[in-house]
Design a protein around this ligand. Structure first.
Ligand SMILES: [Cu+2]
Length: 115
C-alpha cells in the first residue's frame, strides 16, 4: 500500500468533514438545537468557534438545515433530516449565521458565533 496519496485523501476528507458534518476531534462541548413544531429552538443561539451544534428533528416530518454567513452558504445538511434524526456541524469561524430549513422557507434561526 502506498501511503502518500491515501494520506492526502484522508486529509481532504477530514477537512470536508470539519466543514460539513462536524464530526471533528476539535469539538469543545456543544449545543443542541431542536427542530420542533416547524421551528428551531432556540431561535437565537450564542456559540463559540470550534463548538459543535447538533440539530435534532423532533417533528414527524423531515426538515433540513442550511446555514448562511454574510449571504453565502456556510453549511447544508442532507436534503431530508428524518424524524428523530440529527445533523451536526462544527462552527469554524466567528460571525452571525442565519439558519433556514431547506424544505420550509419560513423556518429560520440565528447562531451568533463568538471567538
Ligand atoms: Cu422544515
Amino acid at each position: 500500500m502506498s501511503g502518500k496519496p491515501r494520506t492526502m485523501a484522508m486529509q481532504i476528507a477530514f477537512a470536508i468533514c470539519i466543514a460539513t458534518s462536524g464530526a471533528a476531534a476539535v469539538e469543545q462541548g456543544g449545543s443542541e438545537v431542536l427542530i420542533e413544531n416547524f421551528a428551531f429552538q432556540p431561535a437565537t443561539l450564542e456559540a463559540k468557534v470550534g463548538e459543535r451544534i447538533v440539530f435534532v428533528n423532533r417533528d414527524q416530518v423531515p426538515h433540513s438545515v442550511v446555514g448562511f454567513r454574510n449571504g453565502e452558504e456556510a453549511f447544508r445538511s442532507a436534503e431530508y433530516i428524518d424524524a428523530d434524526d440529527a445533523y451536526s456541524v462544527t462552527l469554524d469561524r466567528p460571525g452571525e449565521i442565519v439558519i433556514f430549513c431547506g424544505l420550509h422557507g419560513r423556518m429560520s434561526a440565528k447562531i451568533i458565533v463568538n471567538q
